[in-house]
Write a protein that binds this ligand. Sequence first.
Ligand SMILES: [Zn+2]
Ligand SMILES: [Zn+2]
Length: 154
Amino acid sequence: MINPKPFDSDELYDNCSSDPKQVTCICGKVAFSIFNGRVRKARECACNDCYQHMKWCRAVGGPDVPPIPHGGYWDNDIQLDRGEENLMVVMLRESGRSRRLVSKCCYSTLIIDHPGYKQLSFLLFENACKIPWDRPVRVFSREFLGILWKWMKV
Ligand SMILES: [Zn+2]
Ligand SMILES: [Zn+2]
């Protein structure tokens, strides 16, 4: 019997560089830098709150919502680079405990904070903003080196 491995996307980020990353809203007006560019923990989130929030963003012009959004927890060591005037905090309901920082320009969700994170980290969803992953670049350069290597041996 095949034992299905539980989803753990941490290993997807094993090669993730810890260089600072600049995250932007979908349209690019808001940008902030995360000093530790290596995600702490990556998770799929199928909870109702996240889904409802993203559906709301979508309805008012925000990004598409995948069936199971991929999220990641990042170190709370960031700097806002531009677009402060385009930011607003959205709470799903008055009793909701998660605060979501949304851009007014394109309804991207830029930072999700919950008291449980103790201000040590925050959550980002890959579909809800633009995170510059370094992985494709690495794959490309590895392939490129492979080709070069073969060529040099000829
Ligand atoms: Zn925007
Ligand atoms: Zn959630």
